[in-house]
Design a protein around this ligand. Structure first.
Ligand code: C5J
Length: 228
């Protein structure tokens, strides 16, 4: 596949699909479904539904075009030994990380709530990055996986815009990966944080990366395939 110019903020971004991966952040039941971590924190999880269909379209197109897809999941070991006290000891006991909820223990690896939503479930060959933090590079092998495959650009989508998407984009940017964030394929429990989060990425000449739409990425994938 060839070079492509994608309309974006703050300016069109040129990318080579052969060194580009799709990174889907934390589309987990714990964040998107009732009874999980997101709801335990007092959020209206329905706000995150908006990202599902655009993520699905990106995922399907990336699979069809043999673009590397990686999925991340935020969560902890069953004994919570990888979770700082600061993160665990917050809020009422029954709503904390590790507490038993309707989808098993909240944000614990292997529990039903920790898993990715059915609509975006990974297939063989798509790495899943289990991360104990908000950023996907912290305490994971993501950087090695990308570098060893020659990936230079990340198309980033998922939830939540201002927390795990933002933290990951900042980490990626500092490590030299170009991030193209797909605005309508990200979502937040707070629409205003979503909007400002996207603006922060593209501000100051694209201080953390570029922001585009799923339509623009899908078009680029389609055109690149025709050219190849
Ligand atoms: C949060 C995330 N919001 N995936 N995690 O705690 O954004």
């Amino acid at each position: 596949m060839s070079q492509s110019l994608i309309p974006a903020n703050p300016e069109a971004v040129s990318l080579d699909w052969s060194s580009t991966a799709l990174l889907i952040i934390d589309m987990q039941r714990d964040f998107l479904e009732a009874g999980g971590f997101g709801e335990a924190l007092g959020n209206d999880v329905s706000f995150l539904q908006a990202a599902v269909e655009p993520c699905l379209q990106l995922l399907s197109a990336a699979r069809e075009r043999h673009v590397l897809v990686l999925h991340t999941r935020e969560g902890h070991r069953a004994d919570l030994s990888d979770a700082p006290d600061l993160k665990v000891n917050r809020g009422p006991l029954h709503q904390r990380i590790g507490a038993v909820g309707p989808m098993g223990r909240i944000l614990v690896r292997g529990e039903p709530g920790h898993d990715l939503i059915a609509a975006l479930y990974p297939i063989a060959g798509e790495p899943i990055i289990d991360k104990p933090g908000k950023g996907a590079f912290y305490a994971t092998d993501l950087q090695a996986l990308l570098t060893n495959r020659g990936i230079k650009t990340l198309i980033v989508c998922g939830v939540t815009t201002e927390v795990c998407v933002h933290t990951t984009v900042r980490e990626a940017n500092d490590r030299g990966f170009r991030c193209v964030v797909v605005g309508d394929a990200c979502a937040s429990y707070f629409p205003e944080f979503h909007e400002v989060g996207l603006r922060m990425i593209a501000a100051q000449g694209g201080i953390f990366g570029w922001v585009t739409s799923s339509k623009a990425v899908l078009h680029s994938l389609k055109v690149s395939l025709k050219k190849s």
